[in-house]
Design a binder for this molecule. Structure first.
Ligand code: SF4
Length: 220
């Protein structure tokens, strides 16, 4: 983890500190959370796959188009999160850590380790700005917005560009080694869908559309 004691720079009313919590003073590591829920992955390569989502609070960016509620709702220990995942999903192998920015909390690597120990396949949805050593079996989806760490760009298993009025081609050089780039129309808006569709059709070997399936079927 590269950044400690992050303060998220978010719009007024949503601002929440993301503070690394001590792991070595004998007290259990606590996570700052928004929600834990069992649904399907609605985006990207794993779209349609049942998964538990663990939404961590706080973000270190403040994207204009952001419609995610990542304000802190509750604290929980790592053990409590693992237990909640078990209660919600039984043997479902896939757990998605999302945010906000899930790698901005100091306890996240320990949560990843605990979930893997419990037999889960951990997926991370990250903006790619916070460097973190991840085990090889952790799936990393990077959706770049600004100042991506090149090591996270290289580590990414999946790259998702948000299309909001245009395809943000400025990010492409960082992902030169990636054979597949997903284009996700912001808000499923028709104008963004058209831009993404035209771009994918013009670059059919490397680009694919990712629609937010969960919004079409009305689930979280
Ligand atoms: S990185 Fe994602 S969660 Fe954070 S502000 Fe941007 S869109 Fe929202």
């Amino acid at each position: 983890m590269g950044d400690g004691n992050l303060l998220c720079k978010v719009a007024a009313g949503r601002s929440r500190p993301v503070t690394d919590l001590p792991l070595t003073d004998g007290t259990p590591a606590m996570l700052q959370l928004v929600d834990i829920f069992y649904t399907i992955q609605g985006e990207g390569i794993w779209s349609g796959t049942p998964a538990v989502f663990v939404r961590l609070a706080g973000c270190n960016l403040a994207c204009e188009f952001c419609d995610t509620d990542y304000a802190l709702k509750f604290f929980a220990s790592i053990e409590d999160v693992v237990q909640r995942v078990r209660e919600l999903s039984g043997s479902c192998p896939m757990v998605v850590l999302t945010g906000g920015e899930p790698l901005a909390q100091g306890a996240t690597p320990a949560l990843i380790a605990a979930l893997r120990e419990d037999g889960r396949r951990v997926h991370i949805e990250s903006n790619g700005t916070v460097f973190c050593h991840l085990p090889d079996d952790v799936w990393l989806c990077v959706s770049p917005k600004e100042r991506v760490d090149p090591r996270m760009a290289e580590r990414a298993n999946e790259v998702k560009l948000i299309v909001d009025g245009r395809v943000p081609e400025e990010h492409l050089p960082l992902f030169a080694g990636q054979p597949l780039i997903l284009l996700q129309p912001e808000g499923n808006r028709p104008q963004n869908v058209t831009i993404a569709l035209d771009y994918a059709k013009a670059h059919p070997k490397r680009f694919r559309m990712s629609l937010q399936l969960h919004k079409f079927i009305g689930v979280s």
